[in-house]
Write a protein that binds this ligand. Structure first.
Ligand SMILES: Nc1ncnc2c1ncn2[C@@H]1O[C@H](COP(=O)(O)OP(=O)(O)OP(=O)(O)O)[C@@H](O)[C@H]1O
Ligand SMILES: O=P(O)(O)OC[C@@]1(O)O[C@H](CO)[C@@H](O)[C@@H]1O
Length: 310
């Protein structure tokens, strides 16, 4: 089974504002809302790929209830813990004239360490050897900085494979617990390295260093429209990004993580994983908001994926 952990979900409100201008009145031309937060997006995409997952995490208030209802309506299995406060609403502003995507993310609810510990205990009771646990996104206020380290270590000790997708200090502490796979984007990996990594060679070297230093088995470095680098002990593959019409790039990384988890569960070869992840990423950027792409679109893109072993 695949479990996705979203400690700080969000209702994503995606609005279109042609020629967005700061210090001025801006008018919205279209808008949509989607249940979001990185782990939740992963669960939505796994479902489209034909897989099953259980989405866990923390929700609060009417916004939290509307997210839970939307996910149930999609047929997803969930097991969220409800806390005091209101789950955040994140604004995603798309400017179709200047081709920009601007994220305005709220901080989210405040939680206590006791709530996090209870949620982790609950997860540890559910998981067993061979399960996949996807831990991604930011954490609610009040969470200790080492939360992803603690969760990764505990899940790993139960024999689960942890996929970690986080940024900054959450990533830097999380990797110390040896997750199975990490998926930083090139900017996140640069921040971790403390210097700008520009070439594929520099990104591959840093990914290999991560694997050596922390015992991580696989590192996937995504590079937006420039594709992704898949680094394993056996080989490294570079996949070009697909040329697709862009609806919204928000959640592109989550869709790649979903494909990676799904491929891992199914024991896919690295080549098949690369094809599926690239097509899933491409199909999802064609969608508006954080809507998950239909499998037919993903399938139609698979033969177009271009990759090479480095
Ligand atoms: N403009 C684009 N055109 C085609 N494919 C894209 C584009 N942007 C992203 N992708 C696909 O999605 C994958 C992940 O994108 P990206 O590197 O932006 O992830 P990310 O930074 O983690 O995203 P996010 O944090 O918004 O979820 C890329 O490797 C690529 O396959
Ligand atoms: O604030 P975080 O947790 O880092 O990111 C949250 C978020 O931007 O990530 C998803 C896209 O990846 C969105 O659904 C959501 O709004």
């Amino acid at each position: 089974m695949i479990y996705t952990v979203t400690l700080n979900p969000a209702l994503d409100k995606t609005v279109e504002i042609p020629s967005l201008t700061v210090d001025s009145v801006n008018r919205i031309t279209t808008m949509r809302t989607d249940p979001g937060g990185k782990g939740i997006n992963v669960s939505k995409v796994i479902d489209k790929l034909g897989g099953k997952s259980i989405a866990i995490g923390i929700l609060g208030g009417d916004t939290g209830r509307s997210i839970q209802t939307a996910l149930k309506r999609m047929g997803l299995e969930t097991d969220f813990c409800f806390v005091e406060g209101e789950t955040r609403t994140n604004m995603k502003v798309i400017d179709p004239v200047n081709h920009t995507n601007t994220d305005i993310n709220e901080p989210g609810v405040t939680v206590s360490k006791e709530i996090l510990d209870a949620l982790l205990d609950d997860l540890l009771e559910k998981i067993s050897e061979g399960d996949i646990v996807v831990i991604s996104g930011s954490m609610p206020k009040g969470s200790p900085e080492d939360t992803y380290y603690v969760w990764t270590k505990a899940c790993r000790e139960k024999g689960a494979k942890v996929i970690l997708d986080a940024d900054g200090a959450l990533f830097a502490t999380g990797v110390k617990a040896s997750p199975y796979l990490v998926k930083p984007n090139n900017h996140e990996l640069s921040r971790f390295a403390g210097r700008k990594l520009e070439t594929v060679e520099e990104l591959e070297a840093e990914a290999k260093k991560l694997m050596q230093d922390y015992g991580i088995k696989k590192v996937v470095v995504s590079m937006g429209g420039d594709g992704a680098l898949y680094v394993t002990e056996a080989k490294t593959i570079y996949a070009e990004g697909l040329k697709v019409p862009v609806g919204s790039t928000v959640g592109a990384g989550d869709s790649v993580v979903a494909a990676l988890a799904f491929a891992e569960e199914n024991g896919n070869s690295l080549e098949d994983t690369v094809r599926l992840s690239t097509a899933t990423g491409g199909a999802n950027v064609m969608c508006s908001g954080t809507q998950a792409a239909e499998y037919e679109v993903i399938e139609s893109l698979m033969p177009k994926v271009v990759f090479r072993t480095l």
